[in-house]
Ligand binder design. Structure first.
Ligand code: IVH
Length: 699
């Protein structure tokens, strides 16, 4: 301690105030004010002080956040005001908003000609409800909802959540009960499950269960290790506070007290305003870092809320307007297999048809044997199926409680007798590998189709219009087997194409033109199009830049490949294995003649770029640049976009909803830029160095 002379109580108060300020900046504002080490030092000072003078310990001390002693059971708490539920509008169309507004207007006795009602619209967080009781600004109790009248005391557990202030900022009311949702972010959930699995501990089926399980712990030290988040959305008992006139202003006030309030909320007039919010949030839903299952509308004026009152423990002034569920339960009827481009044999769940994420799903991926083992999914189980946005539906896991009797474990290799169902070649699974692979290569029609689709894809040589249906027909009829065959007029002609199902003369002409156009390609696109394992777009670009010409790439040995930036032994071997296959060589040499290569490939990267040799990671959504556009700008300036953050990363460009990569960058002290910061860097040198304006964190 710095000053032994000072009054310990005053010194403790000063330390607490300082720690609180840093925590608020870090956890609520996302704008750290001190280095971690400095925070830790202050924290230890306070701990030492409280240990030496127990009388100075207060209920709002940040040292209580590390979790006190385990209790034998959670104590019951009678809520001062009941925690109500909310009426759910199950019609997920705009009609949901229209019906609610009609009920409100009728209950308020409004004429048709009366102006629209103003609502507060917010998200419906998928976590668990909590009541936080602040007396004289200090958090004194936290309780779960329970049955609405009586909940469970989880105060020591909630004290471990850094996003929940132990003391309110500013002039606090005598009593303020804050209601809100404890939830877990999706990235935190994934990380928690990975570490649970690694430690041989229970994995959770979804973030909501993980949040509930983490909060309702008898030992607060366990809660302290779980990544829980919180949003405030309302009030319970209040004493000694001049209440604002509207719910929107209540939320503003809660934010000013230092509580996290979700930014995605608005005031909306009438059913049109509500429906618009519902639609906008539906679009946003996928990119939010946490789960929502709908939106909530509340009559904004508190006096009108009073007038409207309640029916059967549900307020008349609020409604939850749902979205189609993204997770549902159904029966796993069987497991089929599919063979992909690289020969990966993927188990696919055959399901009792179920409506999820807005469509009826009958199949969902089970990823690979490793995942089946980890989740212990068995045919006959009830399983949870998830379909979020455009993502392929997946089996999240079995509902263990619903398993009836003994079901055999599933073994993919056994199920297919170690033989590819498409081509009869051997299927093997390397030791320590999660994925089983068909060894048939391009002899296997499934791999051959996927290889063609990949070669023709937009980011590869880009044959516009060559989709699933046509490739299936071309391969099944034995017309095309390799990408080289596409350019052989004896195989692919206008007559042949026009003769395919669902193809007319016109489409045949167009497709033929698209095939011809794809001859004008670049070495990078071509290498990517070959579909070599572990050679993605970025590596293909590196290879093209390094070797400049296809001949040089084909002639490279291991040593030469290892000279390419970011090519390590694994990637080098994948390339050498691929090129060692005689039939791959044949296909490449035909294509080498068929393609129209640019006069000169851009050889070594220009040496004048502002980002010469710099490694940049992109994360989150940038306000105006798409990922591709940002990548192109960075590459044009001589930089390289890489996938993960390490000490070698020079910059992280972060947009909205940036997740773990941003955190990692902060931990490692990597320079973080926003879009403006990036643009600043890209300006030619004479336009001045970055002035820090676009920077979130300095170097
Ligand atoms: S207001 C009187 N607002 O949904 C209205 N609830 O039954 C009380 N929830 O489990 C609830 N997001 O935890 C409200 N923005 C939000 C909410 C929300 C999620 C949960 C709440 C409760 C259920 C309502």
């Amino acid at each position: 301690m710095t000053s032994g002379l000072e009054d310990p109580a005053a010194r403790a108060a000063a330390l607490r105030a300082e720690l609180e300020r840093h925590e608020y900046a870090y956890y609520v504002l996302d704008a750290p004010t001190v280095p971690d080490a400095e925070y830790d030092r202050l924290f230890r000072d306070l701990q030492d002080l409280e240990a030496a003078h127990p009388e100075v310990l207060t209920p709002d001390s940040p040292t209580l956040r590390v979790g006190g002693r385990p209790s034998s059971e959670l104590a019951a708490v009678a809520h001062a005001l009941p925690m109500l539920s909310i009426h759910t509008e199950t019609d997920t169309t705009d009609q949901g908003a229209v019906s609610f507004d009609a009920r409100v207007r009728r209950a308020l006795g409004l004429e048709v000609s009366a102006p629209p009602v103003t609502y507060a619209a917010e998200l419906k967080f998928d976590g668990l409800a909590i009541n936080l009781r602040y007396e004289q600004g200090v958090l004194v109790q936290a309780a779960t909802r329970g049955d609405g009248s009586t909940g469970e005391d989880v105060t020591p557990n909630v004290r471990t959540l850094h996003r929940i202030p132990l003391r309110l900022r500013g002039a606090a009311p005598a009593v303020l009960e804050v209601r809100g949702e404890i939830y877990m972010r999706r990235d935190d959930f994934e990380r928690l499950n990975a570490s649970q699995a690694a430690a041989g501990q229970k994995v959770f089926v979804n973030p909501r269960n993980a949040a509930a399980g983490s909060l309702r712990q008898l030992d607060p030290a366990i809660t302290a290790r779980r990544p829980l988040s919180f949003f405030a959305y309302g009030l319970g008992e209040v004493q000694g506070w001049a209440m604002p006139a509207t719910h929107s202003e209540v939320l503003d006030a809660l934010a000013a007290f230092g509580l996290p309030v979700c930014e995605h909320r608005c005031r909306a007039d009438g059913p049109e305003g509500l429906a618009l919010f519902h639609q906008e949030m539906a679009v946003l839903r996928e990119s939010l870092p946490f789960d929502i299952d709908g939106v909530v509308y509340k009559v904004d004026r508190l006096d009108l809320q009073q007038t409207l009152g309640f029916v059967s423990r549900e307020p008349r002034w609020a409604v939850a307007h749902k979205y189609p569920a993204q997770e549902v339960a159904t029966r796993l009827l069987g497991i089929d297999v599919q063979v992909g481009r690289t020969g990966a044999v993927t188990p696919v769940a055959r399901l009792e048809p179920v409506f999820v994420g807005g469509v009826t799903v009958t199949n969902a991926t089970l990823h690979n044997q490793g995942e089946i083992d980890r989740k212990d999914v068995r045919v006959g189980d009830w399983v949870i199926v998830r379909r979020a946005g455009d993502v392929i539906p997946e089996v999240v896991g079995p509902i263990a409680e619903r398993r009836e009797g003994e079901l055999p474990r599933y073994d993919l290799l056994e199920a297919i007798s170690h033989v590819c169902p498409e081509c009869g070649s051997h299927v093997v699974r390397g030791e320590d590998e999660a994925v089983a692979r068909c060894t048939g290569g391009l002899f296997c029609p499934a791999q051959c189709k996927q290889a063609l689709l990949h070669f023709a894809s937009r980011r590869a040589v880009d044959v516009d219009g060559l989709g699933d249906q046509i490739v299936n027909q071309l391969v099944n009829a034995g017309i095309v087997r390799t990408p080289a065959d596409l350019y052989d007029p004896a195989r692919v002609s206008q007559e042949v194409l026009a003769g395919l199902e669902r193809m007319g003369e016109k489409s045949a002409v167009n497709l033929l033109a698209a095939i011809d156009k794809s001859r004008d390609t670049s070495l990078a696109r071509f290498i990517f199009g070959l579909g070599i394992r572990n050679v993605g777009e970025t590596t293909a670009k590196d290879l093209a830049r390094h070797f400049g010409k296809l001949e040089f790439f084909l002639a490279a040995d291991e040593a030469a490949l290892l000279e390419v930036p970011d090519v390590g032994p694994v990637v080098a071997h994948c390339i050498l294995d691929f090129l060692a296959e005689a039939h791959n060589r044949e296909v490449i040499s035909v294509l080498q003649r068929e393609m129209r290569w640019p006069e000169t490939e851009p050889a070594a990267r220009p040496s004048v770029g502002a980002l010469n040799g710099k490694k940049v990671v992109l994360t989150g959504t940038l306000p105006s640049l798409s990922r591709d556009e940002a990548t192109a700008l960075i590459e044009a300036a001589g930089g390289k976009v890489v996938g993960s953050v390490s000490k070698k990363t020079d910059y992280v460009v972060a947009g909205s909803d940036a997740g773990s990569k941003l955190e990692k960058a902060q931990q490692l002290g990597v320079t973080i830029l926003d879009e403006d910061g990036l643009r600043c860097l890209l300006k030619p040198a004479d336009a001045g160095a970055p002035d820090g304006q676009g920077m979130l964190f300095g170097e």
